[in-house]
Structure formats: C-alpha cells, structure tokens
Design a protein around this ligand. Structure first.
Ligand code: FAD
Ligand code: NAP
Length: 531
C-alpha cells in the first residue's frame, strides 16, 4: 500500500523532530521515518561512557519555544548523553510528536517522479510513501566507520563501537580493554574506561588537540542568568560565527603581542574551558603565527599534565595546527595517562597489523585484551545520504552526482533533485556550529520555502546548476583561505578510504550564512528555478 502525506522526513534526531513540529504547525501532514527503535538520533545511538555535548546545554537545546526552554532544567554545564536524550523525549512528548514518527524504519530509496512532482520513498520493509516534499534529516555523524582491520572477526571477545553502545551498558571491571581511536569520542571515553578496566590500552594513530571542559554542576544563578535573557541571548548567538555565545574575541590575534595572546589562552584554558578556546581570536585557524602559537600552547599544557615525557610527546599533535581536525573537549583526558593501568600505544610508529583471537597485534608488539572498543568515527556529512538510493530528475542518482564529492546549493538543495531538502548538508556551516540552532535555521527556511510554493501555486523548486556550482566554488574558496583543509580530518573525508577529498563544511560563519539564505528567499528564491 502507498501512503500519501505532504512531507516525508527521514531521521528523528534534533533536525527531523523540529521539522515535524514546524511543518505540522504550518498545517501539513508529516511522516518521520527513523531507522532506530526510538527517537533522539546522535543521542539515541552514542551511549558510550563519558558521552556528553561540548556546546553548553543552555545553548545546545531548542530555541524555538521560550516556554520549553524555560521549563527544562539542565543539571550540568555540559549535559551527559542520558540527560540530552531525556530532554529530546521531553520535547517530543510535550509537543506530541511521537505519533507521527515511524520507528524501526530504514529508508532505502527515494525517487522523484517528474510527472506528479512527488517523491516516492521506500523502506527496507518494502513500504512506499509518497509526498511532494522530502526532507533528509539523516545526520552529519550518523554512519559509524569501523576500519576493516585484518582479523577483525577472529577476536573472541566483544567489540563495541562508541557510536552504537549497548543500551544496558558494559561493565569493564577487571577487564583488559583496548580502545582504538582518539577523536572526541575516544577522548571522552578514556578516563571512564581507565577507571573501570584492569588495564586500558589506548591505540592512537593521530594525537588530538583537546581543551579541558571545566564541566560543573549547573548553578541556580547561571541558569537564571540564561532564563532571564533567553530570547535576547539566542538572538545574539545567531549573530555569531557558530551560533553560540562563547565569548568570541573580535580583535585578530596577529594584532596583539605574544604575551597578550599567551595570557588570553591561559585564561580560556583555566577559567572558561571548552570550545571557547578556539574563539580567542577570529584568525585562530587562518593566521599561521596565531595558529602556531595556540597549537604550541596546547602542546606545552600536555607536557605539563603528563608525567612521562615520552608519553607526553606522543600525545602532542605536531603535523597539523589546532582546529585542522575538530577540536576535542575533555575531562582529565591527558591526566589519565599518568595512571599505572593506562598505556598509550602509538600506532602511527607501530601500526596495527591485525586483530587476533586474543587481542591486537601491532608491527612490533602483541596486546592481550578482553574487550575492544572502536571509537573510529563516522562516514561524515555524506555517509547517510549516499547510503540511500536517491534518484532525481532524468534518472540521475545522487551517488553519481556526488562521485567526486558533494555539491549543494546553500547546503540544503541539490541541482536535479527538486523538492528534496537537506538538513545541515555539505557546504552549510553545520558541524562548525551549535548544531541544534543550525537545524532550526534550516527547518525554518525550508518551511518558509514550502509555504512560498504553496502561496504561489508552484509545484516544484530546484537549485540551478549554476547557483550550485557558484556556491560550491565559494565554499571551497573560503576553506582554501584557512589551514583547515590541510589536516587529514573527516571534514575532508580523509578517514574513509577512497572518499573524494573536498572540504565539506561551509566556513563563512553561521551569521553570514543566515543572512545569505534569508536573502535568497527574499529575492524570490534566487538560484532556484520554480515550476
Ligand atoms: P542525527 O541526530 O544524527 O539524527 C539523524 C537520524 O537519522 C538518526 O537517528 C538516524 O538513525 C536516522 N537515519 C539516517 N539514515 C536513515 C535512513 N536511511 N532511514 C531512516 N533513518 C535514518 N553537535 C553540537 O553542536 N554540539 C555537540 O556537543 C555535539 N556533540 C556530539 C557528540 C557526539 C557523540 C556526536 C556523534 C555528535 C555530536 N554533535 C554535536 C553533532 C550532532 O550530530 C548534532 O548536534 C545533532 O544531534 C544532529 O541532529 P540531526 O537530527 O541533524 O542528526
Ligand atoms: P573521529 O574524530 O573521526 O575520531 C576517530 C578516531 O579513530 C581518530 O583518532 C582516528 O585516527 C581513529 N581511526 C580511524 N580509523 C582508524 C584506523 N584505521 N586505524 C587506527 N585509528 C583509526 O570520530 P569521533 O571521535 O567519533 O568524533 C566524530 C565527531 O563527532 C567529532 O569530531 C565531533 O564533531 C562529534 N563528537 C562530539 C563530541 C563532543 O564532545 N560533544 C563527542 C563525540 C563526537 P586518525 O585521526 O588518525 O584518523
């Protein structure tokens, strides 16, 4: 049987749920299809010990309803995964969203029918849904990447992934644990695994820059200060580069003395904490001298925190500047390497050869393990979209259009794929921002666009190839003016063998981007053709 609705939304994370709410408010019938057995997206899947946000919870939360943001109480500055998931469920229940979310439903294909101007969406179970509009809220970091290590299947113990950690939790007490991967997830999990395991081996290929979170319980005063001024602060946050108020400095780092910079880095490291470190100066990732100074500052901090100089040296990133890879935020990560039950294994100099029945064999050593934890990242930004067989006009496949890397217009639309919208797609600021605010901005823009089509009796909207090409060139140009494309990060797809190397996020800043997309709409959807 074919079900018909006005809008199909794929994914029930922050993005899909807000899309459902906003479009339902606007009077449309909406169906959300979600592969998981419950809502929450990132915060449903990533239940590893230590998982928490690194944008302050007063900000990493929906802003669309002042009532809701006044009602909810966060217990810590940076909430842990269970609390964020509880919050998402609270919002969904409060707005009665769950009745339009179909769980345990993986979308396998989506095809645009040119005659009827509708999308035909198929699920793994063979159901078919048809709607004029399809919104892909499939997430930037929703497809786990596990390297194909030789012998992966030989290992006799359990292998867990941070990205879909067992719901019942895992007791590591007395276990010899091997953790592979030292990105944000691995860095968050390390101190907690170390406290449980009899021995923790951390297999590190590339060291990361990580800043102390300085997480703390939410104080009444801090909460009050936000709740008293929520609307104003949310508005102010939208005028920043990353949709977040994080005390961003406006004076370029190159215009101040080295001593002044040093003092500012120290203040951010010891008193503010977290991602705000990266916002000390606007030229942190574009001016080589400022970037080198900030990178060296963090290396010195690592040197001071880690007692064994050889271990400290291995933990210091040296072949890329700070910000080249997504900055990490931690609680006692580097200090954990002072524990006698923690060993850092440098797999850059001594690569993993294979997994064996009893552990990990590197080129020169063998490690006996009871459990392996993979914190090896995601097929970011394009992974979820490319796994759906998406066919646009004239039978063109998205996977083919993107064979040399993703191409979008303003991160939300693809030429040849009318009436399909992406939430936080490639070439939008997305992963450089507070993503909850960014998904709200995308959803609001899309809802306004659909309203415009309805008012003007148009059936279809499609990005033009010219506008798309211009936007991609602009996005690439912005990235090339920074040092960011140089690092082998997931921003450029370097973590996925064979993935075309293109810097995927838009670096113009969230505020500039917001003005730009508002202008597109104001100019009667400039860069789109309407039919
Ligand atoms: P998601 O939450 O990823 O939801 C997408 C949903 O789509 C998933 O539930 C998935 O199952 C579903 N889906 C995908 N493909 C299909 C399909 N074919 N069929 C059906 N369903 C499908 N961002 C920040 O701004 N601050 C943070 O502190 C922060 N911390 C993070 C911590 C972790 C561990 C991770 C992994 C990411 C973090 N992020 C953070 C990024 C985070 O992904 C976003 O903030 C946000 O949760 C994204 O919401 P979303 O709805 O766009 O996508
Ligand atoms: P990630 O940053 O991509 O880190 C993956 C790690 O696995 C890296 O250390 C990587 O090493 C390693 N790895 C990958 N393939 C490997 C291989 N074949 N052999 C050995 N090591 C390998 O993934 P993540 O830590 O899950 O984080 C992804 C993103 O999610 C973050 O950047 C962030 O945006 C978000 N996140 C945020 C938080 C938060 O604090 N709020 C927490 C978790 C995740 P290389 O670097 O050498 O490739």
């Amino acid at each position: 049987m074919t079900a018909k609705v006005d809008v199909i939304v794929v994914g029930a994370g922050f993005g899909g749920l807000y899309a459902l709410h906003r479009l339902r408010q606007d009077g449309y019938s909406v169906k959300v299809l979600e592969a998981a057995e419950s809502i929450g997206g990132t915060w449903y899947w990533n239940r590893y010990p230590g998982a928490r946000c690194d944008v302050e919870s007063m900000q990493y939360s929906y802003s669309f309803s002042n009532e809701i943001q006044q009602e909810w109480k966060w217990s810590e500055l940076y909430a842990a995964q269970p609390e964020i998931l509880a919050y998402i469920n609270f919002v969904a229940d409060r707005l009665d969203l769950k009745r339009d979310v179909q769980l345990n439903t993986r979308v396998v294909s989506a095809r645009f029918d040119e005659t009827s101007s509708t999308w035909e969406v198929r699920t793994e179970a063979g159901e078919v849904l048809v709607a004029p509009y399809c919104i892909m809220a499939t997430g930037c970091l929703s497809i786990p990447m596990v390297p194909d290590f030789p012998g992966l299947k030989d290992f006799k113990g359990p292998v867990y992934r941070t990205s879909d950690w067992p719901h019942e939790g895992v007791d590591m007490t007395g276990k010899r644990v091997g953790l592979i991967g030292t990105g944000s997830s691995g860095i968050q999990a390390t101190p907690i695994l170390a406290a449980q395991a009899s021995h923790l081996y951390v297999f590190q290929r590339t060291p990361n820059y990580s800043i102390p979170a300085l997480n703390r319980p939410m104080t009444r005063e801090y909460e009050r200060s936000w709740k008293d001024e929520y609307p104003e602060r949310r508005l102010a946050a939208r005028k920043t580069r990353n949709n977040t108020l994080n005390m961003a400095g406006s004076k370029p780092g190159r215009d101040v003395s080295r001593d002044e910079r040093e003092a500012e880095f120290e203040r951010r490291w010891t008193q503010i904490g977290g991602i705000s470190f990266m916002y000390a100066y606007p030229d942190m990732t574009s001016d080589p001298e400022v970037n080198a100074h900030a990178s060296e500052f963090v290396r010195r901090k690592i040197g001071a925190l880690v007692h064994d100089p050889d271990v400290a040296e291995k933990l210091m990133p040296s072949d890329y500047g700070i910000g080249g890879k997504r900055i990490c935020v931690d609680t006692a990560y580097f200090e954990t390497f002072n524990r006698s039950n923690v060993t850092l294994v440098d797999i850059r100099s001594d690569p993993i050869e294979r997994l064996t029945a009893t552990g990990v064999k590197t080129k020169s050593q063998s490690f006996e393990l009871d459990v392996i934890v993979m914190a090896t990242g995601f097929d970011a930004m394009t992974g979820a979209l490319k796994r759906i067989d998406i066919t646009g006009r004239a039978g063109v496949k998205l996977a083919d259009r993107w064979a040399e890397g993703p191409k979008t217009y303003i991160g939300m639309a693809v030429a040849g794929f009318p009436n399909m919208f992406l939430i936080t797609g490639p070439q939008s600021p997305s992963v450089f921002t507070n993503m909850v605010t960014s998904v709200e901005q995308h959803v609001d823009w899309i809802a306004d666009c659909i309203a415009h089509l309805k008012t003007n009796r148009r059936k279809a909207i499609e990005a033009t190839a010219e506008a798309e090409a211009r936007w991609v060139a602009h996005s690439n140009d912005l990235a090339s003016k920074t040092m960011m494309p140089n690092a082998n990060s997931w921003y450029v797809g370097a973590n996925i063998p064979g993935k075309p190397r293109i810097f995927m996020p838009y670096l113009g800043g969230a505020a500039v981007y917001q003005d730009y997309i508002a202008d597109v709409a104001r100019k009667n959807y400039e860069g789109f053709s309407l039919a």
